[in-house]
Design a protein around this ligand. Structure first.
Ligand code: 13P
Ligand code: SF4
Length: 319
């Protein structure tokens, strides 16, 4: 702990000296979440991280999360320096949706409005009409559906299916998945619910339909946090990255949060549901990024200008 505290003190000092502000996603290590909050930054979901970074006066933004979050921050603030503890931290949705193949898919369906999830590269965003995060996806697609638009959706198939079921929109989907949420198992979840009568089930919509079907509330990370505070229960089973448990427990001291199972065959798995790329964010790398400028995020300016259009549309829609 002494080493860890010394590292945290160094990071606090460096943030001050560099006039930098830090935003952390709910899925990164609790140390990085707490540091962001303690130093005037933010811990939040991907939508609010983007908005906060854009609106903050600091000229250096530190983004603890995965690469698409750093890229979005840079696209919204090209004049700022954006640092990440490890910009190699990616996402299976981003990896599974290469820009060339996605662009060819869009070319085959020119009659469809292209709605893309935030968990994508700048090049994929540049091809989109709309960007959404899981906290606003339903509202955006509902509005487009009401205008009679047909949707081309990418890349998360479970989130796409969920939106289609909820809105009735005509949606053609890319076939991507989040390696964390895709692993939640319905049968094992049912067994866990049986063992905890009265527990409410909270599910992120990147999970399979069979898991979503068992949910008492479906929501983005911020949606799950709101549901846990709102719902009158003592126990909750949570199907999302275990990083969110830190904030859930801090905000709800009287309530118990249990990880949803990711192992099959009736087994339960402790601490499986943690994104390996979110886990790449560490204190030592963060200190080094602030000290040396290593880990700076760059986005080609012309590409950034095109990718900014659907991001701005989303931020205006949700303002
Ligand atoms: P949000 O609910 O924060 O948008 O989470 C999306 C996600 O999976 C980030 O990796
Ligand atoms: Fe991507 Fe899933 Fe990791 Fe989020 S949790 S960054 S969606 S792989």
């Amino acid at each position: 702990p002494a080493v860890r505290e010394a590292l945290k003190a160094r990071i606090r000092r460096l943030l001050r000296e560099r006039n930098a502000v830090m935003v952390s996603h709910y899925y990164v290590h609790p140390d990085l979440q707490d540091l962001a909050e303690e130093t005037g930054g933010l811990v939040s979901d991907s939508l609010e991280m983007a908005r906060f970074g854009r609106d903050h006066a600091a000229q250096t933004l530190v983004v603890s999360g995965v690469r698409f979050m750093g890229e979005t921050a840079k696209i919204l603030s090209p004049e700022k320096r954006v640092l990440m503890p490890d910009p190699e931290a990616t996402c299976s949705l981003d990896l599974g949706c290469p820009a060339d193949a996605f662009s060819a898919f869009c070319d085959q369906h020119p009659d469809r409005t292209v709605v893309v999830y935030a968990n994508t590269s700048a090049a994929v965003k540049a091809r989109a009409d709309w960007l959404v995060t899981s906290s606003c996806a339903l509202d955006v697609v509902r509005a487009l559906h009401a205008q009679g638009r047909k949707i081309l959706w990418a890349p998360d198939r479970h989130l796409g299916d969920y939106i289609r079921r909820e809105t009735g929109a005509d949606m053609l989907s890319w076939d991507g998945a989040c390696i964390v949420h895709d692993e939640f198992k319905a049968l094992e979840l049912e067994l866990l619910v049986e063992a905890h009568p009265g527990a409410k089930v909270l599910v992120h919509p990147e999970s399979p339909a069979s898991v979503i079907a068992l949910a008492d509330a479906v929501g983005s990370t911020s949606g799950i946090l709101a549901a846990a505070q709102r719902m009158d229960a003592r126990e909750f089973i949570v199907a999302t990255d275990t990083g969110l448990l830190h904030k859930l427990r801090a905000l709800n001291p009287g309530k118990t949060f249990i990880e949803a199972p990711t192992a099959g065959n009736g087994a339960t798995c402790k601490s499986c549901a943690h994104c390996p790329w979110m886990a790449m964010n560490g204190l030592a790398d963060l200190a080094r990024a602030l000290e040396t400028g290593e880990g700076e995020v760059h986005v080609d300016p012309a590409l950034g200008l095109r990718a900014r259009v659907p991001i701005d549309r989303m931020l205006a829609f949700t303002a």
